[in-house]
Design a protein around this ligand. Structure first.
Ligand SMILES: NC(=O)c1ccc[n+]([C@@H]2O[C@H](COP(=O)([O-])OP(=O)(O)OC[C@H]3O[C@@H](n4cnc5c(N)ncnc54)[C@H](OP(=O)(O)O)[C@@H]3O)[C@@H](O)[C@H]2O)c1
Length: 317
């Protein structure tokens, strides 16, 4: 079968399309014929060798997939061949992937493979559930995979003030169409001033940041009293230190978050909820499709902040 493999860490050109043996399921696994791979930012970090999970070379890149079950392990009772599923596969960038049966979510018939990739929506849902009763949320990288889902879910939750930070005018237009009430381009020199003008003396109750670098420390300026800043990624580098005095004076907190810590039952419950929203059109994805053979370009475009929405690799039927 065809697979995307790496034999060294580095730039997108380390990604190669190679022939690999078909996976064989353990008793607890199923084999999925992959239709779509969701390119998540973490995949770029794995490729660069700076993610906590480091594969052994030569490695098929791990990834989120959706597709059709072709085979089930001998202990698997609740799934059968022919079902459409989504989940994370340790060797996901491939035409066929072995996945633990308990890690899979069944997709409804009317949800397309690319729409059924749930990691971004699940991450956003998890972030927005970590505090309650808030009336304002600030979302950085708001036109990206997680960010666009966070804007839409905040709207669905009825958050009155959804302040979206993005890196281009086209991204601003997109996040406004999703329900952002205020949009700011954080490549503007005065973006922080624009933000504090929007959040006013009250400040923002919840701020979600995955860009890292200096941004989280700057965002504390816009936090409300008792506000929460959640750091869940670092696409622009390791976050610099936040000034504790600023937190003390606001009784504010800084938290971290990862989708990996969602308990399995809650994960399934939220996945079902998110699939309902997707099926009735309330939660949408703008999809950037790439043939799997074009994987290096997909990684490069995401890394260079060119893409709006969800980046997906497609495999032929
Ligand atoms: N903790 C978790 O559980 C979890 C789960 C999923 C993703 N994440 C994190 O969430 C972030 C978004 O992931 P995603 O898969 O949805 O990706 P994405 O948002 O589709 O792409 C990354 C976006 O980050 C922004 N960005 C800012 N600085 C960047 C830089 N130096 N290089 C590249 N992009 C930069 C860009 O948007 P602008 O041009 O608008 O700035 C870019 O579009 C990543 O940091 C990822 O690691 C965390």
């Amino acid at each position: 079968m065809k697979a995307v493999t790496i034999n060294a860490y580095g730039a997108p050109d380390v990604l190669e399309v190679t022939d690999r043996p078909m996976p064989v399921p353990t008793p607890q696994e199923v084999i999925v014929k992959v239709q779509a791979v969701g390119v998540n930012y973490a995949d770029l970090l794995v490729r660069q060798g700076i993610y906590p999970f480091i594969p052994q070379f030569p490695a098929i890149l791990p990834g989120e997939v959706s597709g059709i079950i072709t085979e089930t392990g001998s202990d698997v009772q609740h799934l059968r061949a022919g079902q459409r599923v989504t989940g994370y596969a340790p060797a996901g960038y491939a035409a066929y992937a072995a996945i633990s049966a308990t890690a899979l979510t069944v997709l409804p018939d009317h949800v397309a493979p690319a729409e059924g990739l749930l990691t971004h929506a699940l991450t956003a849902q998890h972030l927005l559930e970590q505090t309650s009763g808030y009336s304002s949320v600030v979302i950085t990288a708001a036109a990206g995979g997680v960010g666009a889902k966070a804007v839409q879910l905040a709207k669905i939750k009825g958050v009155p003030h959804i302040i979206a930070l993005t890196g281009s005018a086209a991204k601003q237009t997109y996040v406004r169409s999703l329900g952002a009430t205020h949009v700011i381009n954080y490549r503007d020199a005065d973006w922080l001033q624009q933000l504090t003008t929007v959040t006013g003396t009250q400040g923002a109750d919840l701020i979600l940041d995955a860009t890292g670098g200096d941004t989280p420390a700057q965002l504390v300026t816009a936090l409300a009293v008792n506000g929460t800043l959640i750091i869940y990624g670092n696409s622009s580098g390791q976050p610099t230190a936040v000034n504790p005095q600023e937190l003390i004076m606001k009784s504010a907190r800084v938290a971290g978050s990862t989708v990996y810590n969602i308990p399995p039952e809650l994960r399934q419950q939220w996945n079902r909820y998110l699939l309902e929203l997707i099926a009735d059109g309330r939660l949408q994805s703008q999809v950037n499709n790439y043939a799997f053979t074009d994987v290096a370009r997909a990684h490069s475009d995401m890394e260079n902040r060119r893409n709006i929405g969800r980046t997906v690799l497609t495999f032929p039927d």
